[in-house]
Design a protein around this ligand. Structure first.
Ligand code: CA
Ligand code: CA
Length: 80
């Protein structure tokens, strides 16, 4: 393996084949297995939106002063 495992790397996302070979000194056996990567929550979410808002001092309570979106490189439940 040349690089660290990374689920977010599209080239690795589908996993990879692995051949296992064992020997007892007289007999050998081989098996082909598929190694699947499972996502891990290893990226922090990012917040996208304005970094400053100007509001009047008499703005009504509950007024929406901005909207933000978030993104996360992880997948599924860890991308929150
Ligand atoms: Ca995450
Ligand atoms: Ca991840």
């Amino acid at each position: 393996m040349k690089s660290p495992l990374d689920y977010e790397d599209s080239a690795q996302r589908d996993g990879f084949p692995l051949r296992i070979r064992v020997s007892d000194g007289r007999h050998d056996a081989e098996a082909a297995v598929h190694v699947a990567l499972v996502d891990r929550n290893d990226h922090a979410p990012h917040i996208h939106g304005a970094t400053e808002h100007r509001i009047r001092e008499d703005v009504p309570r509950g007024t929406i002063i901005g909207r933000y979106t978030t993104s996360d490189k992880d997948a599924g439940d860890t991308a929150r």
